[in-house]
Design a protein around this ligand. Structure first.
Ligand SMILES: [Zn+2]
Ligand SMILES: [Zn+2]
Length: 444
């Protein structure tokens, strides 16, 4: 319980989960605190006044988030005589280096940035405050992704979306009604993003078994305690049922914390995230505006689970030593797919060349242990049905993706990051093409 009225409980008490740690490394205690209530705006304003007094504070929102929470918060801050500067982004802002420069120019002597919003507004505030080494508070407006509590921000730099380190907020102030009433599509996106962890955790275990030994069970233990509160309630999340949507939101907050605890995005970002990053980066070439992060990740989950399904059916006798040939074939596609950005992508892919070469002997050698991991992944049919049960369409058309662009990402997404994922396993086991076709069947 909090003795100081300006302190709120931490989102996670690490002590509750330390028994789940299997790596024996230090895990930094997450410092993010959470206040949740219909009076969150008043409480935030009082805290802000008490902590920063007359020092300048910068408040960020866009027209949508102003309407649902920004206006009320602004009034409360003014009523508390906070030294306030506000900035409203245009509708549907994109987190670019240009907007980061705009925010930086507004900071002046500000000691705190408050973002009212979800993905973009949150990332703009998180990244700008982190760069300026000032405090950051967040007022989330949708359960749409797990970035509220994560240590990264997605920013488009010179036209290419990058995932950059950024300090998580010190405080979150949540208006439950706003989260609950967020548009259906945003709720569906968050549902996909939080469930990615089910798949990416196995990606991480496979990588750890083959190479790094760096897996820790702590993030999975943390999520296991809350998973049922959202994974079993897609219809309720679709309908905006309070306990299901707040269960989802809580899962997203924990999943972001789990990432920062592990000191890596591995627990919540595997092959299913690579295809989403692939489509984000391809905007510079195709002009296709990316779909919501979580929805692209959802399509990636169908692909990853289709890979696991194919891998499960494969006998170790069918494994061929073909790492060199497969690496060369994928590397040859990089200039074709990436044009002016090919050098940067090639660098990432070359970084894992030595690891990929070892697949020739490691896959047969570890096949039995890998199989016991493959067996734990639910089928792509299960996830496709689950995501559709939220009530919003779940297919390539809805995400403005062509079959060609999906296939391109499925077969080449593994080249854009040096992390080893199920996409590398499937490619080297010779089942990536077949799994891509399986996934397409479910996404048409
Ligand atoms: Zn650990
Ligand atoms: Zn994600």
């Amino acid at each position: 319980m909090c003795k100081d009225p300006h302190n709120h409980p931490r989102i996670v008490d690490l002590q509750d989960y330390l028994s789940g740690c299997t790596c024996e490394q230090e895990h930094p205690a997450p410092e993010v605190t959470l206040y949740r209530g219909a009076d969150a705006c008043q409480v935030l304003a009082r805290d802000c006044r008490a902590i920063y007094q007359d020092q300048p504070v910068l408040l960020l929102f866009d027209p949508d988030t102003y309407a649902v929470a920004g206006a009320e918060l602004q009034q409360c801050l003014i009523a508390e005589n906070v030294n306030l500067t506000t900035y409203q982004f245009d509708s549907h802002p994109v987190a670019t280096d240009t907007l980061i420069a705009t925010v930086s120019a507004l900071i002046h002597a500000s000691v705190l940035i408050i973002s009212v919003g979800s993905g973009t507004v949150n990332d703009l505030g998180k990244y700008s405050s982190s760069e300026a080494k000032i405090d950051f508070w967040s007022v989330p407006t949708a359960p749409s992704m797990n970035g509220y509590t994560s240590g990264i921000a997605a920013i488009k730099v010179k036209g290419v979306k990058r995932t950059l380190p950024a300090t998580p907020p010190q405080r979150l102030y949540v208006l439950p009604e706003v989260i609950q009433q967020a548009p259906l599509k945003l709720r569906q996106a968050g549902f996909c993003d939080v469930l990615a962890k089910v798949v990416s955790d196995i990606d991480w275990q496979c990588e750890s078994l083959l190479f790094s030994g760096g897996y820790c069970g702590l993030p999975a233990t943390m999520m296991a305690g809350v998973e049922k509160s959202y994974s079993e309630h897609p219809e309720e999340i679709g309908r905006g049922d309070e306990s299901a949507v707040m269960g989802l939101f809580n899962g997203l907050l924990l999943s972001g914390v789990a990432m920062s605890l592990a000191g890596s995005s591995a627990p919540a970002s595997g092959g299913e995230h690579l295809v989403s990053h692939f489509w984000d980066m391809r905007e510079a070439i195709t002009g296709r505006e990316p779909e919501l992060h979580g929805l692209q990740v959802g399509a990636g989950i169908i692909l990853s689970t289709a890979c696991y399904q194919r891998l499960r059916q494969l006998d170790s006798a069918a494994l061929q030593p073909q790492a060199d040939r497969i690496f060369a074939a994928t590397a040859a596609q990089i200039p074709v797919i990436w044009g002016p950005y090919a050098a940067e992508v090639d660098k990432q892919f070359q970084n894992k060349r030595e690891l990929l070469k070892q697949f020739d002997h490691l896959l047969p050698q570890k096949w039995e242990e890998l199989q016991s991991l493959f067996q734990q992944v639910p089928s792509p049919e299960y996830f496709a049905a689950l995501f559709a049960r939220t009530g919003a369409p779940f297919n390539l058309d809805a995400f403005r993706l062509t079959e060609e662009e999906f296939t391109l990402a499925a077969l080449n997404g593994r080249a854009i990051r040096e992390r080893i994922t199920v996409l590398d396993l499937a490619a080297n086991a010779g089942v990536l093409e077949a799994a891509t076709e399986d996934a397409l069947q479910l996404l048409r």
